[in-house]
Design a protein around this ligand. Sequence first.
Ligand code: DQA
Length: 248
Amino acid sequence: MFQSKLRKEYPYLCTPIVGTTSEELLDELEIVKEKGPDMIEWRVDYFQEIQDFERVAEVANAIKKVTPGTPLLFTIRSVAEGGNPTPLSPAEIVGLLSYICKHSCIDIIDYEIANPEEDTLHLRKVSRECGKSLILSYHDFTKTPSEDQLLQILKKAESLEADIAKIAVMPNSYSDVIRLLDITEQANRLIKIPVATMSMNGLGTVSRMIGWIFGSAIVFTVGAKSSAPGQVPIEKVREIIKTIKEYQ
Ligand SMILES: O=C1C[C@@](O)(C(=O)O)C[C@@H](O)[C@@H]1O
């Protein structure tokens, strides 16, 4: 599975695509493809035809056909955690994630850790049976929770057998950004699965540039369009990593 290739010394550069139609998505993908990301995230909460599961699987396969060698992450972000409103109920979201594991060639699904544990365990089982990886994620668009709370979230993701634990939080000061980096470094010693962390917005943007040094395994970068505040274009992040590595 792809996460065994996650390199501690170099992060996966992931670029989201956020189109509302298959045409928009494939146009975005043409731009993104040229930039050679290590992972592509389809933000399905923006997709107009999200209720038509067969159509969603068809589009996922069309995306994968354009970038066959690049792990494809399938994300339905909830409004509560910064996503776009969708007509799907929580049960339908579980249904779509299960369907997509069974009927498409996506590689990874994202599920929010705040969801009921029984649904998470169900999706863990289905994704594993289908050979897909599972990211358990947590987002707070208003603040950066305490060190204790964030470490508990990462540990919970590990105990629920996620392949990767991810947290994206909003800083209200530089000390929040430093805390996030500190937690990232601690988590790498305390838990065994890879973690992906980011501090959002202008204040936190530095975490997207240097978080990998502290052990964040994935950086969400802009390929064509941004999916969260503070994301940096992929080519800029590459340059920064290259410069740091030259002098490390
Ligand atoms: O979870 C994340 C991280 C993210 O919110 C960010 O802050 O870069 C962007 C989302 O597209 C992705 O699903």
